[in-house]
Design a protein around this ligand. Sequence first.
Ligand code: SF4
Length: 282
Amino acid sequence: MNRPVPQTLSPSSMGAFTSCPLAFRFSYVQRLPEPPSAPASKGTLVHRALERLLDRPASDRTIDAALEDLTVAAKELADHPEFSGLALSETELAQFHADAAVLVHKYFEIEDPRTVKPIGLEIKLAAQLDKVTVRGIIDRLELDENGDLVITDYKTGNTPNERWEEKSLAGVHIYALLCEQNFGKRPVKVQLMYLSKPELIIATPTEGSIRAVVSKSGAIMDAVKRACSKDDFRPNESALCNFCSFKEFCPKFGGDPATAEIVLQERAAVAAGRPPLPLSTV
Ligand code: SF4
């Protein structure tokens, strides 16, 4: 059996394939529904609040305005399944919002948003390379004091250790490539803003780093095609298994990948209040 090859790759999907091909198959080839997770939803909420904040005139970007934006963002997103599906108790929900407010406060320890000159927020970009179309969403594109482009990517999880930092920076260089291909200008800086610590990790894109992204994306797409043609997606056990939504279906942990589709589709149907799908349609 072969499997359909994904049309595009993103920094997340490339990271998923290189971390664990089987988890990639579940997420990006089979597109199985994953239960919402509080850390990911908190990230979405804080991203939206910061987007609203940076959309304000510079002089209005105060901490009070940011907390107001967080409240508005929470109302906007409340009915989205990513949030309503969390099924948090009242206490857990209060903690969830308090943690998001802490991240917003920490953001102000990193920079004064009144000095930022954004020219684009949450920009969806794609670039056609030789072997693959790469796409991604840039949280923030801005001009520095010299009129050069700077990309900022907000991170709401913990600061990575050295090994994972390398992986995070691989994604960063993809954003630089997307920017160069779409706007004809290479950013002088790409910064990962880890709000929880808070800490900035900065990368400087070069001709070499852009070339490396092009060749690595092509190599990953070749490997994805090979894996799809033979349906050969091997599990790769690592620290990430503790956060994997598919662990119960992973052979490394005694699970059966063949059961994932039907079980997860049924759970998603029940969570959405729909009757479970008949077996033959799954
Ligand atoms: S549990 Fe670990 S090895 Fe198994 S699919 Fe998930 S990430 Fe891969």
